[in-house]
Design a protein around this ligand. Structure first.
Ligand code: ZN
Length: 222
């Protein structure tokens, strides 16, 4: 309403290695503790820890339930009850790009990084270079199921929905070592069919897939 003070939101950008931790006050400070928040209830405190310095914290004004403007462009992740599958399907097809590129586009879908994209595509039996405008509705549904499964399993194991954060700077992760079907598994057997997993260049990173379960789309280079 007019004249009412704007709501404020604490916005954390975790960068590549930032973490928000809820801890007892008696816990010793982390080496890379950057900020500490204490609450009036005298209970646990919130700490922002970042081994590098790419992350950051900011207080931003917002209005009611709206996200701060800086975050409004980030699409919600598919575990959110507000995720609109029909709208996502339409937007995905309209994007006219390759499906893996679309999955990494935070304006289209939130929470999916390189690792989860590869794992989700494997579950949906789709190669990452498939054109989005040719995907059928059942394929999009299978893809979303794959994403939800991967995100859900990671969260169940204490991970975050953002995989770039889940694998720490040393590459250590329980999820990484125990549950990845294709990511980082070059030359290992596909858990579904036994075919050797292949690694391909993707932008300046790698994509992993099973050549049997996830054939390249026709008309593309072999
Ligand atoms: Zn396979």
């Amino acid at each position: 309403a007019d004249g009412a003070p704007a709501d404020r939101a604490l916005v954390a950008h975790l960068g590549m290695s930032g973490q928000l931790l809820v801890e007892k006050r008696s816990e010793p400070d982390e080496v890379h503790l950057r900020a500490r928040f204490r609450f009036t209830d005298g209970g646990r405190e919130l700490r922002f820890v970042d081994q590098r310095t790419f992350g950051g914290l900011a207080v931003e004004e917002t209005t009611g339930d709206a996200l701060p403007p800086r975050l409004a462009h980030i699409a919600i992740d598919p575990l959110d009850p507000g995720f609109d599958e029909g709208a996502f399907t339409v937007a995905l097809r309209r994007r006219r790009t390759e499906v893996k590129r679309a999955l990494l586009d935070q304006t289209l879908i939130g929470g999916v990084g390189n690792i989860y994209a590869d794992e989700s595509l494997w579950r949906a039996r789709l190669h990452g270079t498939r054109p989005t405008d040719k995907l059928t509705r059942p394929q999009v549904t299978a893809l979303l199921e794959g994403i939800r499964d991967v995100l859900g399993e990671s969260l169940a194991q204490g991970g975050t929905s953002f995989d770039s954060l889940y694998v720490d700077v040393n590459g250590q992760s329980g999820y990484f070592s125990r549950h990845l079907a294709v990511y980082g598994q070059e030359d290992r057997p596909c858990p579904r069919c036994g075919t050797a997993v292949v690694r391909e260049q993707f932008m300046n990173r790698s994509s992993y897939s099973c050549p049997q379960c996830q054939p390249r789309p026709r008309g593309r280079r072999a």
